[in-house]
Design a binder for this molecule. Structure first.
Ligand code: XMP
Length: 308
C-alpha cells in the first residue's frame, strides 16, 4: 500500500496537469469510490469540478438529503431530481435487465444534459482496480467517452489502481465521514433491483421503508461492519395475513443479509434470531401494506445477492 498522503499529493498533481483550467464533471452517488474521487478532483481543480448527484427516485430513505448535507460545503455540488423522468420510462417494466437498461439510458441522458450545461470536457470516474481487472483490462487507462447526443468527454480515473480497502484509507485521510467510508454497497439502479416486478411509487415507498428498518436494526445490533449487504426486498407475491380481527391481503417482504469479500460469492451467516424477529415485527407494524416477512438463506451461487 502506498503512503496515503503521498498518494493524495500525487493524484492532485496529476489531475491538475491533465485537466488544467478546463471543466470536469463527476457522478457522485455517495458511495465511497465516487466520494473519494470527487474530493480528490475537487482538491485538484476546485470549483471547475461539478459533482452531480442524480436522484432517480430509487434511492434509500434520506439519501438525497444525506449526500447533499455531506458534500455541499466540501465541493461544487449539484443535486438533480430526475425521479419523474426515470419513473415515467420505467412504467410497466418488470424484467430486471430491461429495468437496468432503461435506468442506465436515462442516467446518461440526464448526465449529458448537465455536462453540456456545465461545459465539461472531462469526466472523473471512481473506477477501482477490480472494475477493470474483471473486464480483463479492456478499459484502457486513457480513453474518451462519446455520449449519445454527441458530447465527448475525456476520462480521468484517480483511484483506478486502488482496491476497496485502500480507497477507504484514502477516504479517511481526506476526512470523509465514517458513514461514507464504511457504507454497504448500494446498486446503481437502486431500489429498482429490490422491487420484484413492475415498479410503482407505492411499491418503491414500501421497499424504501422496509430497507430503512433493516439498516436501523442491523446497525443497532452492531452487525453492519461484518455484513457485506443487508436489505429488504419487496416481492410481487401477495399473501393472506390478519391485522386486528380482519383478514388482510398484503405483500411478502424478504430479508437478505450476506457476508462477502467482493460480491462474486456470498454466504448467509447465522443471524441473531432476536434481531430478525424485531425487524419482522417492525416491518409488519410500521408498513400496513406488508403482511408477511421471510428470511432468505441462499448463498451466492446459486442465488445472486440482489433479487431482481
Ligand atoms: P448480484 O445481485 O449480481 O450483485 O449478486 C453483486 C453486487 O453488485 C450489486 N449490483 C449492482 N450494482 N448495478 C450496480 O451498480 C447493478 O445493476 C447491480 N446489480 C447488482 C449488488 O448490490 C451486489 O453488491
Amino acid at each position: 500500500m502506498i503512503d496515503p498522503s503521498d498518494f493524495i499529493k500525487e493524484s492532485i498533481k496529476e489531475m491538475k496537469k491533465t485537466i488544467g483550467d478546463k471543466k470536469a464533471i463527476i457522478a457522485l452517488s455517495g458511495g465511497v469510490d465516487s466520494s473519494v474521487s470527487s474530493v480528490l478532483a475537487s482538491k485538484a481543480i476546485g470549483d471547475n469540478l461539478v459533482a452531480v448527484f442524480v436522484d432517480h427516485g430509487l434511492v434509500r430513505e434520506g439519501e438525497t438529503e444525506y449526500v447533499e448535507e455531506t458534500f455541499k460545503d466540501r465541493l461544487n455540488f449539484l443535486s438533480v431530481d430526475a425521479s419523474e423522468e426515470f419513473l415515467e420510462r420505467l412504467e410497466g417494466v418488470s424484467d430486471p435487465e430491461d429495468k437496468r437498461k432503461i435506468i442506465g439510458e436515462v442516467f446518461i441522458n440526464v448526465f449529458e444534459r448537465v455536462a453540456e450545461e456545465v461545459g465539461a470536457e472531462f469526466l472523473v470516474q471512481g473506477t477501482i482496480a477490480p472494475d477493470w481487472i474483471e473486464s480483463q483490462g479492456q478499459i484502457k487507462s486513457h480513453h474518451n467517452l462519446a455520449l449519445p447526443h454527441g458530447l465527448v468527454l475525456e476520462i480521468v480515473e484517480p483511484i483506478r489502481e486502488l482496491y476497496k480497502d485502500e480507497v477507504r484509507i484514502i477516504g479517511s485521510e481526506l476526512g470523509l465521514p465514517g458513514e461514507i467510508i464504511n457504507r454497504q454497497p448500494f446498486p446503481g439502479p437502486g431500489l429498482a433491483v429490490r422491487v420484484v416486478g413492475v415498479l410503482s411509487p407505492e411499491k418503491i415507498n414500501i421497499c424504501r421503508k422496509a430497507n430503512a428498518i433493516v439498516e436501523e436494526e442491523v446497525i443497532k445490533e452492531g452487525l453492519h461492519d461484518s455484513l457485506w449487504q443487508y436489505f429488504a426486498v419487496l416481492t410481487d407475491t401477495k399473501v393472506t395475513g390478519v391485522k386486528g380481527d380482519i383478514r388482510d391481503y398484503g405483500y411478502l417482504v424478504v430479508l437478505r443479509m450476506v457476508e462477502s469479500l467482493d460480491a462474486m460469492t456470498a454466504h448467509v451467516p447465522e443471524l441473531p434470531w432476536k434481531m430478525i424477529k424485531i425487524i419482522s415485527q417492525r416491518i409488519t407494524a410500521e408498513i400496513p401494506e406488508v403482511t408477511h416477512v421471510a428470511l432468505s438463506v441462499s448463498d451466492k451461487p446459486p442465488s445472486t445477492i440482489e433479487f431482481a
